[in-house]
Design a protein around this ligand. Structure first.
Ligand code: NAP
Length: 305
């Protein structure tokens, strides 16, 4: 039998991966927070994937971090701010050859996890797939996309890409995964905070073109300083393209704030501002954007980190 995939976090992306792997007959174990969540999960039929309006339920085996079996392959599907503490709970179960796949958005959490589990191989992922939960143990596959996977330290691809192939998860091994993550972070910094501050859909930023252009110039400068010139290339043009192509959408940060959920700001704009400070780079518009966003979050009683 092939190596089981342990999936940490039964949220949107965790469920999206678990159901597709299970559908392909790949062994999957879902790791839930605690006994209460496990009991709730076991009271149902399993995990449900809703795709093109059609739903299928898969009887994926659930467990808690205290289960005894060693973990060889762990898909970390928590939010960036939860990743380290969630892994700490099951660190004792990681086999010496363990591989972790980190799905977190932004930057910062992946390096923190890699430092936390130095003997494991950490694969960083960047995904354009979109999913949301419409109930406990259910996920709606809202946006088909692509997932790039890579290991900043070792260019050699992992051996389990055929599991993803079998599961119909579109993917590619990326030797430039850090460049991809930086590029996505820059796109996010140029769009998401402004949609929160102006309380608009992505397309609403067409009324703030100068501000977007100024932010892109500062972000491109930051990327160059951080040794990521490829991520800086034509950034402004791509940001404009994304704003146009996703004009009707609300950004993920907008949705988090609208639903009074904690944002991943520390791993996005916060990470960019910290990197600028490390390089003693003065980027006034980016720094002002962070101050405005923090003020906006605090005024709504939301965490500012
Ligand atoms: P999500 O729906 O909030 O799911 C996160 C899950 O992690 C929740 O089910 C939560 O459990 C679980 N969790 C947190 N701490 C845990 C712990 N200690 N033990 C076990 N489970 C724990 O988040 P998501 O939307 O899937 O996003 C995950 C990451 O992927 C984020 O960094 C996000 O930015 C990124 N991403 C998401 C999408 C998307 O479309 N959703 C697309 C691209 C990238 P509870 O249910 O018990 O709270």
């Amino acid at each position: 039998m092939s190596t089981p995939w342990h999936i940490l976090g039964a949220g949107s992306l965790g469920t999206l991966w678990a159901t597709r792997l299970a559908r392909a007959g790949v062994p999957v174990r879902l790791i839930l927070r605690n006994d209460a969540r496990l009991a709730s999960y076991r009271a149902g039929q399993g995990l449900t994937l809703v795709e093109h309006g059609v739903e299928h339920t898969y009887a994926v085996i659930g467990e808690t971090p205290e289960s005894p079996e060693p973990i060889h392959r762990l898909l970390v599907a928590c939010k960036a701010y939860d990743a380290q503490s969630a892994i700490a709970q099951l660190q004792h179960r990681l086999a010496p050859d363990a591989e972790l796949i980190l799905l977190q958005n932004g930057l910062g959490s992946q390096d923190a996890v890699a430092a936390q589990v130095p003997s494991a191989r950490c694969i960083y992922a960047s995904s354009t797939e979109g999913a949301f939960r419409d109930g406990d143990w259910r996920v709606v596959f809202a946006g088909h996309g692509y997932t790039w996977l890579g290991d900043a330290g070792h260019p050699t691809p992992v051996l389990w890409l055929d599991d993803l192939q079998a599961a119909g998860i579109p993917h590619e091994w990326a030797t430039d995964i850090l460049t991809r993550l930086w590029r996505k972070l820059a796109l996010n910094c140029a769009i998401n905070p402004l949609t929160v501050l102006y309380q608009c859909r992505n397309g609403g930023l067409q009324a703030h073109q100068c501000e977007v252009a100024t932010l892109c110039a500062e972000l491109a400068e930051l990327l160059e300083y951080c040794g990521q010139p490829a991520a800086a290339e034509d950034l402004h043009a791509e940001v404009e393209r994304v704003i146009q192509a996703t004009a009707a959408n609300y950004s993920s940060m907008y949705q988090d704030v609208a639903n009074a959920r904690r944002t991943e700001i520390s791993y996005l704009l916060g990470y960019a501002c910290q990197a600028a400070a490390r390089h003693q780079l003065v980027l006034p518009h980016l720094q002002q954007l962070q101050a405005r966003l923090v003020e906006h979050l605090l005024a709504r009683g939301l965490a500012s980190d």
